[in-house]
Write a protein that binds this ligand. Structure first.
Ligand code: ADP
Length: 509
């Protein structure tokens, strides 16, 4: 029994088929135009009128170029591609993108598929299936514009900027990045760091990338890369790009060249270390030297005294004077050595900084100096409610003691007046010890803080010139500053600051 489906179609079948085919033709989502050999339109479906804005009747007989001015090019392209004469299945759907013209003169983007048809007696028709792709084109154009804007933005930045996908492949590399690696964007995009840099560096980069992508948090790293003039160091800030659902799908990196800054920091650190070392060495030297000098000096002094006692009678006046000069010299040297020892102990014997009540410190100092105060008949005033600061209590007492005793020592016409005050600043407290003494010429304002620098002879004012040097060293150890403001003949004001945060990295708590 023959299969009815495979039976040869009868004329009735063909009529039915034609009717259905016509329906299909009319309902097709594409505009379908059939043109003859001369390019004149012979048949159109309903979609053509809708797409191009004509009445169906208007189009019959019109040249197809009226709708698709570039149709010849489409035919040509189709020809060149070789599918114009191929079995239909090959070229169906392989559209050519062109622009088409509507009746109202507006242009639309279309995709045309051409299907040639051989009819009997060599009649040739061409079926053009036209699809409106304006929306897609518009979206593509908008995307391209956005891409161009992004590139322009990235390229005009002086920083090195790139975007990688979650697997580490470059999606974008701005101009500075391209200059850095001497590769163009086309070569970089799609590659990973392993393909662009040496394995050790690439490993570091991707370690950093992974951290940012896994934590989802922006971070900064120091990354090194080889530039034209050797290795450069970059501050590399990396942050994830997230999709609408908050998922990290890419990573953006911005590199700023900090080589010069880094070198400067390193040089500074080196200098600070050198300075610290040489300071420590100097301190050690001063300590050892002064310590070891004491013994021979004591010997000189005691034998000179012995000489005076035993043989004084046999010496004339000059001889006695000479011995006295010798003893005096030895004593002075002893004072200097003691001063030097005290100076070197500021660094070596310093105690941790602890909360120190300045009221107590100052009242102790005044008690120590009571005799001198009484002798000078001095008038001392102290601000009420002095603060508590973080300090080495003994050393800060030493500072107040040196300043107050100088104020008593370098007094002018009596009565000497000394005033101790303070003011709180943002991050420090400033103390002032003010006197009405002889004052200091401005050109000596810095020098007096140096070791053994004095402005007077021993005869005028006793002293070794170490007091202010010790004060300066102590204050600097606390992270503060010390300076003098003075009007010669009227008095001096010694100012010093103590930071509210501990100096020397010692919290003392
Ligand atoms: P010393 O008091 O042993 O001379 P200092 O280092 O304490 O050493 O002081 C250095 C010099 O600074 C003093 O010799 C003096 O010339 C000057 N000086 C210090 N304090 C005062 C003051 N309150 N008024 C005037 N001059 C001062």
């Amino acid at each position: 029994m023959p299969d009815p489906d495979l039976a040869t179609p009868t004329a009735v079948h063909l009529q039915q088929f034609e009717a259905q085919f016509k329906q299909l033709f009319e309902a097709a989502p594409d505009a379908v135009l059939v043109s003859d050999q001369t390019g004149r339109i012979v048949l159109v479906n309903a979609m053509v009128s809708r797409m191009f804005g004509y009445d169906p009747g208007e189009l019959i007989g019109a040249p197809i170029e009226a709708l698709v001015p570039e149709r010849k090019r489409a035919t040509h392209v189709a020809d060149r591609a070789g599918y114009y004469h191929e079995p239909r299945s090959r070229y169906m759907g392989q559209g050519i993108e062109l622009s088409a013209l509507r009746k109202d003169g507006t242009e639309i983007d279309v995709e045309i598929s051409l299907v040639p048809m051989e009819l009997e007696e060599g009649t040739r028709l061409v079926v053009s299936a036209v699809r409106d792709i304006s929306d897609r084109k518009r979206a593509e154009r908008a995307l391209r514009e956005r891409e161009e804007l992004l590139s322009a933005l990235l390229d005009s930045s002086p920083a090195v900027i790139y975007i990688k996908d979650a697997t580490g492949r470059y999606l974008k590399a701005n101009r500075r990045f391209q200059e850095l690696v001497h590769l163009d964007s086309g070569t970089i995009v799609g590659k990973t760091d392993r393909e662009l840099f040496n394995p050790a560096r690439a490993a570091v980069f991707s370690l950093h990338d992974r951290e940012v992508l896994s934590t989802g948090e922006a971070r900064e790293f120091d990354e090194a890369a080889v530039g034209d003039d050797g290795e450069r160091i970059y501050l590399s800030s990396k942050f994830p790009l997230r999709d609408a659902g908050g998922q990290s799908y890419a990573l953006c990196g911005i590199l700023t060249d900090i080589t010069d800054r880094k070198h400067m920091e390193e040089a500074l650190e080196r200098q600070a270390r050198d300075l610290e070392r040489s300071n420590a060495e100097l301190e050690q030297f001063a300590y050892v030297a002064s310590h070891d000098l004491q013994e021979p000096l004591r010997m000189v002094a005691s034998y000179a005294q012995l000489l005076a006692r035993r043989y004084g009678g046999q010496l004339d006046d000059d001889g006695k004077d000479f011995i006295e000069f010798m003893v005096d010299g030895a004593r002075r040297m002893q004072d200097l050595i003691n001063a030097l020892l005290a100076f070197s102990r500021v660094g070596t014997r310093g105690k941790p900084l602890v909360a120190t009540d300045i009221n107590a410190v100052v009242s102790d100092v005044l008690a120590n100096l009571q005799t001198a105060i009484n002798e000078a008949d001095a008038e001392i005033t102290v601000a009420k409610d002095m603060p508590t600061v973080n300090a080495d209590t003994t050393q800060l007492g030493q500072v107040f003691q040196n300043l107050v005793s100088n104020a008593l020592k370098f007094h002018a016409a009596p009565p000497p007046r000394v005033d101790i005050s303070f003011q709180r600043l943002d991050s420090e407290v400033e103390f002032v010890v003010r006197d009405n003494g002889i004052g200091i010429e401005p050109q000596y304002a810095e020098r007096i803080f140096l070791l053994f620098q004095r402005l007077h002879t021993k005869q005028d004012y006793p002293g070794t010139g170490i007091g202010l040097a010790i004060c300066k060293k102590i204050i600097e150890r606390h992270g503060g500053r010390i300076w003098v403001e003075s009007t010669p003949g009227q008095g001096s004001a010694f100012h010093f600051t103590i930071p509210l945060r501990a100096g020397e990295g010692q919290s003392g708590q």
